[in-house]
Design a protein around this ligand. Structure first.
Ligand SMILES: *Cc1c(COP(=O)(O)O)cnc(C)c1O
Length: 370
């Protein structure tokens, strides 16, 4: 049986149709309609946040957050999905890279401190909670405070993750989410921004509606980044089942980690964070072993992906960077294994067995060649 890397959550059609009929009856298809309002309230309550603004995708979420916070130059992580950097560049933001921590794979506060000590003209820091593993938010807050920088967290992987029972989205000046179909929770395409300050939320709400102000006055030019009512219907439907999905994903994630901890290297997870089971990254530094594992998984019809690669400083060599040695090394050897809400414990066993057997064979080969 084939095991796919990911499998988007399927909305229950009866529930979905119920919501869609409400939209048809009201004739209100977009522009902050009733379902937009309802999804906003339910998400704020579910996630434990305020000032949540739904937007049309996670990429525009980053752009709008930076625009609302007046971030025109930023230091960011080289180890993330390309959108973290490409959105900044599209927004015309002067962008530089600072290296990640070798254990957590997240932006390293110490390295960042050093970078800012040398060049202090950046407005903001854009960090990703990569794979849903929270950054060292306390240390990053100290660095941001020391140099008077805004922080935007790309929390596209970190839906419903808490640090000591507080949502990870409550750290920084803004956090962005993606509700793309491949993410833990989705609206087919979509996203959100959670702002620390109400005033920034209000500003962004106008920015995503062309910059139209109260009473129809035109202010700072905006963009169209609204989430429509049909997509909100998908969100409302899926939110009803998300608890059990997250619980199951977290269970699968822990199962993988327990079985793999002595076989491959694993990123070090934040001690006080809850897990959402968004991704299952492993690291195999030896290229031969990595290739053998990728081939063996493919032979067994198990999908996997080298993700994230390349390190983004290599994708955008024209941008300033501090060398990003950790990111380059990790991007060379990280593999994401299948993990989604429709997998079973037996699937995890199959994946782990293939990896274990392959690495054992490789090690035996090594011994005989010596
Ligand atoms: C998915 C993702 C995005 C982009 O989100 P879209 O909704 O697809 O635009 C941005 N950053 C990270 C880290 C992501 O994984």
């Amino acid at each position: 049986m084939a095991i796919s890397l990911n499998s988007p959550l399927t909305p229950d059609l009866n529930k979905l149709t119920n919501y869609l009929s409400q939209v048809n009856e009201s004739g209100w298809y977009t522009n902050f309609g009733p379902l937009h309002q309802l999804l906003t309230e339910r998400l704020e309550e579910y996630l434990g946040v305020e000032n949540l603004l739904l937007v049309s995708n996670g990429t525009l979420a980053i752009q709008v957050a930076c625009k609302a916070l007046n971030i025109n130059s930023a230091i960011t992580t080289p180890f993330s999905f390309v959108a973290t950097t490409s959105s900044l560049l599209w927004q015309g933001i002067e962008t530089a890279f600072s290296d990640i921590d070798a254990k957590s794979y997240n932006l390293c506060p110490k390295t960042l401190d050093k970078a800012l000590m040398q060049v202090d003209h950046y407005d903001g820091i854009v960090a990703t909670h990569v794979y849903g593993n929270p950054c060292d938010v306390e240390s990053l807050a100290k660095v941001a405070h020391k140099y008077n920088k805004k922080i935007v967290y790309d929390a596209a992987h970190a839906f419903a993750v808490n640090i000591k029972n507080k949502s990870v989205l409550n750290f920084g000046d803004a956090s962005t989410l993606s509700f793309h179909a491949t993410k833990v929770f989705h609206t087919v395409e979509g996203g959100a921004i959670v702002f620390k300050h109400k005033a920034d939320y209000e500003k962004a709400k106008k920015l995503i509606n062309f910059g139209i102000q109260a009473g129809g006055k035109l202010g700072e030019p905006g963009i169209n980044a609204k989430l429509n009512e049909y997509q909100c219907a998908v969100g409302l439907t899926l939110l009803e089942q998300i608890d059990s999905v997250l619980e199951h994903r977290a269970y699968l994630f822990e199962l993988y980690r327990n079985k793999l901890k002595d076989i491959v290297e694993l990123p070090k997870w934040h001690m006080d964070a809850s897990v959402n089971g968004a991704y299952m990254p492993i690291f195999i530094g030896c290229e031969k072993q990595q290739t053998a594992v990728l081939n063996a998984l493919a032979e067994h019809k198990i999908q996997s992906r080298r993700y994230f690669t390349p390190s983004l400083d290599l994708a955008y060599p024209q941008l300033k960077s501090d060398g990003c040695n950790n990111s380059q090394k990790l991007a060379g050897g990280v593999i994401c294994l299948p993990l989604h809400g429709y997998m079973e414990a037996s699937d995890i066993n199959s994946v782990v067995n293939v990896i274990e057997m392959t690495l054992k064979q490789k090690n035996d080969e090594k011994v005989t060649t010596i």
